[in-house]
Ligand binder design. Structure first.
Ligand code: HEM
Length: 159
């Protein structure tokens, strides 16, 4: 029989954008302030991170480690890894002043309802350290970058 069980159960199919491979999100105002931190001035940090290419490696590796990390896998499961690779890259590139605009959502609204705790944030920070380490970013520069992200804690933790 030709019963459309998706329709019967009210299951909606998510369709990825053909060009970007991303799942579309509700409209929001795009602005660099959504990145949650003011960018560094000058080009030192961008250079230390290996320019846009280096930053892309770090951002993508960071996302990859997070999706594979058993400590936080449950929170990431089902979220759009394609979009996250792009938005995390843009955010890092913007903050490191490597010549990007951030077009993602703000930290508060994008993390609302995820139920993340302090321990999850600690795991994320460790994963970012690993991704930066793998690209040979010097320790001092790693810490300068992390201190830009630290004030976002209150927006990304919600229990
Ligand atoms: C300072 C720390 C963090 C930064 C800088 C950060 C950055 C971001 C960015 C840029 C986005 C994309 C927003 C968009 O789609 O428009 C995002 C989404 C997301 N973040 Fe974070 N994040 C942080 C902490 C965390 C933590 C602690 C968790 C949980 C372990 C987490 C889980 C997620 C998930 C699951 C999404 C996807 C949400 C969705 O699909 O709508 N993040 N984050």
């Amino acid at each position: 029989e030709n019963v459309d069980w998706d329709a019967e159960f009210g299951v909606e199919e998510v369709e990825r954008d053909r060009a970007t491979g991303e799942i579309p999100v509700e409209p929001y105002e795009q602005k660099n302030e959504n990145a949650g931190a003011k960018p560094f001035t000058g080009t030192d940090m961008a250079e230390t991170f290996g320019g846009r290419d280096g930053i892309r490696q770090i951002a993508e590796r960071f996302v990859e480690i997070n999706f594979a990390d058993p400590r936080i896998q449950g929170i990431f499961a089902g979220h759009d890894e394609v979009r996250l690779r792009r938005t995390i890259f843009e955010q890092f590139c913007y903050i490191l002043n490597a010549g990007c605009d951030y077009t993602g959502r703000d930290m508060k609204s994008s993390h609302e309802g995820l139920g993340s705790r302090k321990a999850d944030l600690n795991a994320i920070v460790e994963n970012l350290q690993q991704a930066m380490q793998e690209q040979d970013v010097p320790f001092a520069a790693q810490n300068r970058f992390l201190s830009k992200l630290a004030p976002m804690s209150r927006d990304v933790i919600n229990r």
